[in-house]
Design a protein around this ligand. Structure first.
Ligand SMILES: Nc1ncnc2c1ncn2[C@@H]1O[C@H](COP(=O)(O)OP(=O)(O)OP(=O)(O)O)[C@@H](O)[C@H]1O
Length: 263
């Protein structure tokens, strides 16, 4: 298993080059954090992996499969995506929304979910701590509750590659930790995970591998200790920082000292 390998990805929107030359690897059975300032290209890169943005150059391969050349139905059996903003006005229950994750595996003539579908949906709802919400209407949930349901829907897809775009942005701290723990367990079970996130301390704690994007290019890639360096944080984020290593913890902690105004 080679995981996700992106080489020299270029994405353009009209005259504008959004991804200029992004290259990195997300190792199999590991959590890779995609970090970088607003507008760095994280969502665009995830959309390109999911075939929602066309590459103008470069390659994206997962376990040797060329993803841009893969049909949507096949991709849906391989990859799940949790979008940054997912909404629906449909009157669907939480369980219905999570059960959408099983659709790629169901044939047109399958009238009801299989016993396996039911187990997977129940497990995904439980993993996100949403068992008490199964019958609630999705569109009436809070932003954080909806975000957890969307993650459960992606888990129910049993993906080999799971891409999440800021999946904890609306979550309270306990729910953030819960989600990141669930992602770690999925990675240990063999899933390749790429998660875009802004919280560098959570990224350091939960990600095996970090990729820092800046202006559509890869600025750095490696372990959290490699990537979270003060000179890089100053150059890419414009933030003065101090990195602290606490005995007994095998990940660095970033202390943000000040923002450097570049205007
Ligand atoms: N269709 C488009 N047309 C023009 N510019 C676009 C388009 N889509 C994205 N962009 C621009 O590309 C850049 C990268 O956007 P993207 O959403 O990938 O960034 P991001 O790293 O996910 O940012 P954030 O952390 O704020 O979510 C931004 O400057 C954005 O305005």
């Amino acid at each position: 298993m080679s995981g996700l390998i992106i080489k020299n990805a270029i994405v353009r929107a009209g005259e504008r080059t959004i991804l200029a030359d992004a290259s990195f690897s997300a190792p199999a059975s590991a959590v890779t954090g995609l970090i970088g300032p607003n507008g760095a290209g994280k969502s665009t890169l995830i959309a390109a992996v999911m075939g929602r943005r066309r590459l103008s150059g470069g390659t994206i391969a997962f376990d040797g499969i060329d993803l841009p050349g893969t049909r949507a139905a096949e991709r849906a059996r391989l990859c799940a995506h949790v979008e940054q903003f997912a909404t629906t006005t449909e009157r669907l229950s939480v369980r219905d929304v999570v059960a959408l994750g099983r659709v790629p595996f169901q044939s047109d003539w399958q009238a009801v979910p299989s016993p396996h579908d039911d187990v997977v949906v129940t497990d995904a709802i439980e993993a996100l701590g949403m068992s008490a919400f199964g019958d609630r209407l999705y569109h009436r949930l809070s932003g954080g509750e909806q975000q957890r349901v969307q993650i459960a829907r992606a888990l129910a897809q049993e993906p080999q590659l799971l891409l999440l775009d800021e999946p904890t942005s609306h979550l309270d701290i306990k729910a953030q930790l819960l989600v990141l723990e669930v992602l770690r367990q999925r990675a240990l079970a063999g899933c390749t995970i790429v998660v875009a996130m802004h919280d560098l301390n959570l990224a350091a704690r939960y990600c095996d591998h970090l990729v820092m994007l800046n202006n559509g290019r890869t600025a750095a890639e490696g372990t959290p200790a490699d990537v979270l360096a003060p000179d890089l944080l100053l150059r890419v984020y414009g933030v003065q920082s101090t990195i602290v290593n606490v005995p007994g913890r095998d990940y660095p902690i970033v202390i943000y000292d000040s923002a450097v105004n570049s205007d």
